[in-house]
Design a protein around this ligand. Structure first.
Ligand SMILES: Nc1ncnc2c1ncn2[C@@H]1O[C@H](COP(=O)(O)OP(=O)(O)OP(=O)(O)O)[C@@H](O)[C@H]1O
Ligand SMILES: [Mg+2]
Length: 288
């Protein structure tokens, strides 16, 4: 399976949300990483066929998906960033309802609903009303509904928003345990959600992909640029203002800082092993 984005653009009245995005995705897990407003949701909505591109195409195995209609939707599982739940429904009824909209056979839908509620750890809450659910439980139910039709193309827009650390770990394991016959796209601005489970990370900024590669490869971009140093507290405000600070820890009279910088940021600074988060900060600190 091959999903191609070809010169995909979306312009709103006076706003360029996505500009000339090109890439080819085959079976695997992809992280779309970008700050607020980078264009992730707009891009995803074009891939899912919810909004029409201003220019460009989304192709599946060489066919423009815009003309595939039902055939494309049958392959697609989608968790929108903003998902409307029906608070009076139980988790089970909600999934059965979505299954009927998707046109799944009732017997299959029933079995699948049960399986999926177990999978997302809501087995014991199957008959509880959604209005009693925490944010994390609702998000997990959203992931379950995206999986109802066993999609070959699974697209999750900020699936971990509102999840606590334990639930994030559970989510990561869930995704990495999925069968490898899918294209899975996960959008987020949280590096750790995708760092270890993505085959490729596509960093999106101002509507474009600015970096694309496996995490290990992207991290090399900031090799030799991540420093640890100790800065006297009285110099700190001036120092901080001009630099990309990855971390700062106040000690007596001194601030211990982790800094991303092409040059040695302070006397005595030493380079340390970079992480993907350092790269992310380097990409976006001008927007912070
Ligand atoms: N319907 C719209 N009309 C006008 N501008 C829009 C519309 N939808 C999105 N935008 C703008 O396009 C840009 C990209 O927005 P988008 O929601 O795709 O970003 P995002 O990466 O998903 O951000 P977030 O992480 O906050 O969800 C933003 O500047 C946004 O204000
Ligand atoms: Mg978004």
């Amino acid at each position: 399976m091959k999903l191609e984005l070809e010169r995909l653009s979306k312009h709103f009245k006076n706003k360029i949300a996505v500009e000339e995005v090109n890439t080819v995705l085959t079976e695997g897990i992809y992280g779309f990483l970008g700050a607020n407003g980078a264009g992730k949701t707009t891009l995803i909505q074009m891939i899912c066929g919810i909004i029409t591109p201003t220019a460009g195409e989304v192709k599946l195995d060489g066919k423009n998906t815009a003309g595939m209609g039902e055939d494309y939707r049958d392959l697609l599982g989608y968790l929108p960033q903003e998902f409307g739940y029906t608070p009076g429904f139980t988790a089970k009824d909600f999934l059965l309802y979505i299954a009927s909209i998707k046109g799944l056979e009732p017997k299959f839908a029933k079995r699948r609903t049960k399986e999926l509620l177990q999978l997302v750890n809501l087995g014991d809450e199957a008959d509880a009303k959604i209005r009693t659910f925490s944010g994390g439980m609702k998000r997990r139910l959203g992931i379950a509904q995206a999986l109802l039709n066993d999609p070959k193309l699974l697209i999750l827009d900020e699936p971990t928003a509102g999840l606590d650390p334990k639930e994030r770990v559970y989510f990561r394991n869930l995704i990495s345990g999925m069968s490898r016959d899918k294209i899975i796209i996960i959008s987020t601005h949280i590096v750790s959600d995708i760092e270890y489970i993505s085959d490729r990370i596509l960093v999106m900024k101002k509507g474009r992909f600015i970096l694309d590669g496996p995490a290990e490869e992207l991290v090399r971009e900031v090799d030799g640029m991540v420093w640890e140093c100790r800065v006297p507290q009285k110099e700190w405000p001036g120092f901080e203002q001009e630099r990309c600070i990855a971390n700062a820890h106040n000690r007596e009279h001194m601030v211990e800082a982790r800094v991303v910088s092409p040059k040695r940021p302070y006397e005595g600074a030493e380079t340390v092993e970079p992480t993907l988060e350092d790269l992310y900060l380097e990409c976006f600190w001008d927007e912070l």
